[in-house]
Design a protein around this ligand. Structure first.
Ligand code: BGC
Ligand code: NOJ
Length: 811
């Protein structure tokens, strides 16, 4: 069953039934200032950091689940309704929610009144616009009442939902004309306030929640709205809100438009006040003036569209398969921008207070984003590397506001450092900008310890070399990519988190996943050294890689697949010998991608084993059989019920690693089949089961051993976005940036006749057409650039013209 449809032309998903199986959300904002908005108007807004600078309040895990947001109420006679259906939940005559590229539009109608709400954040602006259009389509004159509503968060989202003995006394507001200012804590250590405005005179307002709501009413039926009369309340403590009240009279056919703005202001200490206890409102007024008419809003909205035209225009495909095209051309790229911005901080599953920016997560997110805005990717790489320690280890996470490592989350995840080599090499291949390597980057955010960025990569590489276990395989540390495989943890205490609890200090467990990862990114490190003339460095590193390959062949092969690990006691994990968890996806993915034992047939056997033991109708599960009881020596992985999350769930992030492995074997049909199993647009028809948005990837789909296989959770913020984009474009469609040009090496389903792809690379546009006349999966027979036949399958970096044509014939 579907709850809407794709509108590819407008790059929107159009939801036509508000009762989606879970809130289907969108993100507004591209840099610094962001909002989350659900298909029924739920969500919240923050500046840079969803923990430390939250503007509006949102209650996670609410009943019903999505309650609280940026709301509008219309009172027409005795009927109260909302254009986004919620909060009023009055049955509408029509409802539509269009989630587009950084904007959302609602359109609801009731009894001849049509109301549209357009929400977006203009580029480079610290404010959300809500443009409300109310039209009378009836034949009578209508007098209606419009109420807006936001609930302020007292900035620190964690404190806001826990520290009531203080919070209920601190709330402060100011009201001037049509602008409601939120200034809690401004008089002490804060240099910021928020405001909520509308571009015309109002007929009343409320700023105190209970005065507006009434003590016993919910968001669906605020007392002020039911009474058709605001109370003009001024909040002192309790819960400050912002609600405007406007009386509207509309002749038949007439419409009126209003521009609301939810904004954020920061001030220098000396400019904070206008007079005693009165905040300096000038910056807010300037912001309001910037968009005080629908014409000005339209210009900003057009700019936003233009921005996305340009970003998405860098990679566009025409494959003949709509579902694939809309993923690659629109939604997957869009999601990559969102994961780049949010890491794992704020979604409807991530509460915005705990996770900040992940070291491994953000490095991986970058590979799906770097082609869009390479300058931002460069800055991000430096931010991440700055949190690394001199021995190559790093903080697992950092706060976006301070860019400092988050000490409470700790470190010692021994895969973390290697991902920095991935992001850096992908950045340089995309841009050709080797200067990043010379950039002075601090260790542990301490400039006195700064070294050229290249030294960070070296530290990353040698962190593995310096931390090998008894089988000469990498020590896992707290955990590797699978941060639930806590092999040195041995936690007995339900009050401690597996993610932060003290590890056994002499942790001996070893990881085959890190071994594969090390070989893949070790080779990248070597390749990079060769590019910049560091021959000696390269051959030294190559020696360590060769030893790692030997160690995997020697002690990492289980007969039909790669082992997953050795546990603390030196016992095998992910082996035929184990009763449960006999085979894991991660080591099959990484050792295959590394090509370890390719000649001996290991890669093929491993991927065949994945197909046989891990594949199911909804994707590839992480491990099999799933654990049915708690294994203290394995940790969190065995805490999840069978079939969920890291215990036998389809953890979508890692499925592309297998797809890439398949493309190395040339099995294009298999790679693509895996792709279509988890790509959301292919799951639209089973939305009822899948539950989450059909336009973005989710972290986890319940696996074959789950109670409800196919049911998904944790949409949006997952490395799934970047890995799938990377895999489909660079390994399946096979257009891959290299230091010296674009490598063209597709691995597609045999049945395809070919496809077209437009790729902007280093400022130059390539129109690539791939033809598959004899129906093979892989193998470039001929390649022509501007009609000229090339040797090999690399399109060199061309700068003479801005547009080039490339013809590729497979065979
Ligand atoms: C989850 C992981 C997540 C980790 C980090 C675990 O509970 O299962 O997917 O990465 O927490 O917070
Ligand atoms: C989600 C985390 O964000 C990521 O860092 C981790 O690799 C996966 N879960 C797997 O456990």
């Amino acid at each position: 069953m579907k709850y809407g449809h794709f509108d590819d032309e407008n790059r929107e998903y159009v939801i036509t039934n508000p009762k989606t199986p879970y809130p289907w959300i969108n993100y507004l904002g591209n840099e610094d200032f962001f909002s989350l908005t659900s298909n029924t108007g739920g969500g919240y807004t923050f500046y840079k950091d969803a923990k430390f600078r939250r503007l509006t309040r949102y209650r996670y895990n609410n009943v019903p689940v999505d309650n609280g947001g940026k709301y509008f109420y219309i009172k027409d006679g005795d009927t109260v309704w909302s254009p986004s259906w919620k909060p009023a939940q009055t049955a509408l005559d029509s409802y539509e929610c269009r989630h587009g590229m950084s904007y959302t539009k609602f359109k609801g109608s009731k009894d001849g009144i049509v109301t549209e709400v357009l929400q977006f954040i203009p580029l480079g602006f610290w404010g959300e616009i809500q443009q409300v259009t109310v039209k009378n389509t009836s034949s009578e004159t209508k007098k209606i009442k419009l109420f807006s509503f936001v609930e302020w968060c007292l900035w620190n989202a964690e404190d806001d939902m826990t520290n009531y003995q203080r919070n209920l006394n601190t709330g402060e507001v100011e009201i001037e004309d049509s602008v409601l200012y939120h200034k809690t804590e401004f008089k002490e250590r804060r240099n910021h306030y928020a405001f909520y405005s509308v571009n015309q005179a109002i007929d009343g307002f409320d700023t105190d929640r209970e005065s507006f709501m009434g003590m016993y009413n919910g968001f669906d039926a605020p007392e002020a709205v039911l009474n058709g009369q605001p109370t003009n309340s001024v909040a002192h403590g309790w819960s400050p809100i912002g609600s405007h009240y406007i009386e509207i009279e509309l002749q038949p056919g007439q419409e009126k438009q209003f521009v609301f703005m939810l904004g954020y202001v920061e001030l220098e200490e000396e400019n904070k006040w206008e007079s005693k206890a009165v905040i300096n409102k000038n910056p807010a007024k300037e912001m309001i003036a910037k968009y005080d008419s629908v014409q000005k809003v339209q210009v900003a909205f057009d700019e936003l569209k233009e921005y996305w035209d340009q970003l998405l225009g860098k990679i566009q495909i025409d494959s003949g398969e709509d579902k694939l095209d809309r993923m690659v051309n629109i939604w997957n790229q869009y999601q990559c921008m969102v994961t780049f911005n949010m890491s794992r901080s704020a979604s409807f599953f991530e509460s915005g207070i705990g996770r900040g920016m992940g070291f491994r997560d953000s490095n991986q997110d970058l590979i799906g984003f770097v082609h869009q805005i390479p300058e931002r990717a460069r800055e991000r790489i430096i931010d991440i590397a700055s949190t690394q320690f001199e021995d190559g280890s790093c903080y697992h996470q950092y706060q976006p506001l301070t860019k400092k490592g988050n000490a409470t989350v700790g470190g010692d995840f021994n895969d973390d450092p290697l991902w920095l080599i991935l992001s850096t090499t992908e950045y340089i291949k995309e841009t050709g900008d080797f200067s990043l390597l010379d950039e002075l980057v601090p260790f542990d955010n301490d400039m006195s310890k700064a070294k050229p960025h290249f030294e960070h990569l070296k530290a990353s590489f040698y962190h593995v070399v310096n931390n090998l276990g008894s089988h000469n395989l990498p020590l896992i540390g707290r955990a590797d990519w699978n941060d639930c495989l806590n092999l040195n943890c041995f936690s007995k205490d339900p009050n401690e988190s597996f993610q932060t609890t003290g590890n056994k200090k002499d942790g001996k467990a070893e990881s085959l996943m890190i071994a594969g990862l090390f070989v893949v990114y070790g080779k990248e490190f070597v390749n990079l050294c060769l590019q910049i003339g560091k021959q000696e460095e390269a051959s030294k590193a190559q020696g360590h890689i060769d030893q790692m390959i030997a160690a995997v062949k020697e002690d990492g092969w289980d007969g039909d697949w790669y082992l997953r690990a050795y546990d603390y006691y030196g016992n095998k994990v992910g082996s035929q010998e184990n009763e449960e968890g006999k085979i894991f996806i991660e080591s099959q993915g990484w050792c295959s991608m590394a090509g370890i034992g390719m000649e001996e047939g290991m890669v093929e056997k491993s991927l065949n084993a994945v197909k046989k033991h891990l594949d199911c109708d909804y994707g590839i599960v992480l491990n099999s059989p799933a654990f049915s009881k708690y294994y203290i020596e394995y940790g969190e992985i065995s805490t999840y019920p069978a079939g969920y999350k890291e215990n036998g769930g389809i953890f979508c992030h890692n499925n592309p690693w297998i797809m890439i492995g398949e493309t190395l074997l040339g099995r294009g049909d298999q790679a693509y089949e895996y792709y279509t199993k988890i790509a959301p647009s292919f799951l639209e028809d089973i939305s009822e089961l899948h539950k989450v948005e059909p336009y973005v990837y989710c972290q986890m789909i319940a696996g074959k051993e789950a109670v409800k296989p196919g049911e998904a959770k944790n949409s949006w913020l997952s490395g799934t976005a970047s890995w799938n984009f990377y895999t489909i474009t660079q390994y399946i469609l096979g257009v891959k940036p290299t230091y010296n040009g674009l490598l063209i090496n597709p691995c597609i389903p045999k049945a395809w006749d070919g496809f077209k792809i437009k790729r902007v690379f280093r400022g130059v546009t390539y129109h690539i057409e791939v033809k598959n006349p004899v129906h093979v999966c892989k193998g470039v027979k001929e390649l022509f650039v501007n009609g000229e036949k090339m040797n090999g399958n690399i399109v060199p970096v061309l700068s003479t013209n801005k547009e080039h044509t490339v013809l590729v014939v497979l065979g």
